[in-house]
Design a protein around this ligand. Structure first.
Ligand SMILES: [Zn+2]
Ligand SMILES: [Zn+2]
Length: 141
């Protein structure tokens, strides 16, 4: 597929060859505006956006709204397992009783007793979105 472009004024998308070129400047074929930018598709909502406002790698990028939707409690837990995130140190003695997976389950259960679901969801969102580019790169298509 050839590169797609999006107009910053009317929001319509068009192919590179469709742009109107006059005196070396390129214009939107629909509204004649010169604010045209390279476009990319959000893999979740399937809409075109100015490439610069999307998060993630080529072919696997998302708009802000879709990225926020992905920032769930489960995603926050997965993200927290990756290198570069600070783990809470738990005594190895507990591994005599429980697997890491089980310890995680217990902690989430306790968190749900202590905090409202709303607060847990908000913290999960903040945790994922605190480094939104890293988060976007870790999400698979
Ligand atoms: Zn336009
Ligand atoms: Zn989207």
């Amino acid at each position: 597929m050839s590169d797609m472009y999006i107009c910053g004024r009317c929001g319509r998308t068009f192919e590179y060859d469709e742009r109107v070129v006059e005196d070396g400047f390129a214009y939107c074929p629909y509204c004649d505006d010169d604010e045209i930018e390279e476009a990319a598709l959000c893999v979740d909502c399937d809409e075109w956006f100015d490439k610069k406002v999307l998060y993630g790698m080529d072919g696997n990028c998302r708009c802000r709204a879709c990225l926020e939707k992905r920032a769930t409690v489960d995603q926050a837990i997965e993200l927290g397992k990756l290198d570069g995130c600070d783990p809470i140190k738990v005594s190895g003695f507990f591994s005599e009783f429980f697997s890491a997976e089980k310890i995680q389950e217990i902690l989430l259960r306790e968190a749900r007793k202590e905090f409202s679901e709303e607060k847990i969801k908000r913290l999960a969102n903040e945790y994922c979105m605190s480094d939104e580019y890293f988060f976007a790169d870790e999400l698979s298509a």
